[in-house]
Ligand binder design. Structure first.
Ligand SMILES: [Zn+2]
Length: 290
């Protein structure tokens, strides 16, 4: 079993443990949103210490699993991973939001838009902060089976969209703004999963990449990692050979004084190559999974 308490986090057990309901493993992203500031009127960040006291004291009833300070990497944990926490509203009937998964790990990032840190800097978005400790936090959440996906999309603004159908079936990360029965719109932004390039993209960029990929005729080919050439390498080698063979045919035709239609020959050979490469790809894929 993975660690019930995140290694490196301060353990501040509030004692209110209860089992989850099982199902797709989830993580819920929140910001503490303590103050309403604007670009014109920024406000001082509330201290980690005061929120730590709140969630382990009078705010127990809405405590998450983790309180995370993205500037220092400091993390406090209030309940173990296999317990539900209570940062989500759970209306009677329907899904039991705080329990709807094998784990439902909730993270409150210490943040509100246009908060001002002691160095005088103002921060419009969580993702702009140093996000210190994110890699460790993410790794621990992942160790509980939460995959690196946002079933309702990675949050880039404070737009809420909620689908109980997706929530019931899909494992992964959800913004509070994506959870059924809730009306909060946080967190507005969240850091990318480590080493996932696509996740650094805006929704528009991700869509463009998807479209480009759909235009590439053999876009699903990939190197299979079994010490063989990938399909592109095979195709390139065959094309090089084709160019050489075409030149040879032309030379031979010249010697014989015949008029050879090399374009037709080349087209026929290219078709044969494409078919051969598709077959190679299928064969390699078919031997996967040993
Ligand atoms: Zn929230």
């Amino acid at each position: 079993m993975p660690d019930l308490w995140m290694p490196g986090a301060e353990r501040l057990d509030i004692g209110d443990h209860a089992p989850t309901d099982g199902g797709p493993a989830k993580a819920i992203a929140h910001i503490t949103w303590d103050r309403n500031a604007t670009a014109a009127k920024p406000a001082d960040l509330v201290s980690f210490a005061s929120l730590r006291s709140y969630f382990s004291g009078s705010g127990k009833a809405v405590a998450p699993h983790l309180l995370w300070d993205p500037w220092t990497g400091r993390i406090a944990q209030f309940v173990p991973a296999n317990s539900r926490s209570k940062s989500l509203v759970d209306a009677s009937g329907g899904t039991r939001t705080n329990r709807a998964g094998s784990v439902v790990i909730q993270i409150e990032a210490l943040f509100f838009p246009y908060c001002r840190t002691p160095d005088g800097k103002v921060w419009p978005k969580l993702a702009d902060t140093p996000c210190k400790g994110w890699d460790e936090l993410h790794a621990w959440v992942k160790s509980w089976g939460v995959p690196d996906v946002w079933p309702m999309g990675r949050p880039f603004d404070f737009t809420a969209h909620r689908s109980e159908a997706i929530w019931e079936k899909a494992a992964g990360w959800y913004a509070h703004a994506h959870v059924p029965e809730n009306d909060h719109q946080d967190p507005g932004s969240w850091p990318a999963f480590p080493s996932n390039v696509e996740d650094d993209m805006t929704p528009e960029q991700a869509q463009e990449l998807k479209e480009i990929r759909s235009l590439v005729q053999f876009g699903t080919w990939g190197y299979k990692g079994r010490g063989k050439q990938d399909a592109w390498a095979i195709l390139n080698n065959l094309n090089t050979q084709l160019t050489a063979q075409t030149a040879a045919i032309k030379a031979l035709a010249g010697q014989l004084g015949k008029d050879v239609d090399t374009a037709t020959v080349v087209a026929a050979v290219q078709t044969a190559i494409a078919e051969a490469v598709v077959k190679v790809d299928v064969d390699i894929t078919g031997t996967q999974g040993a």
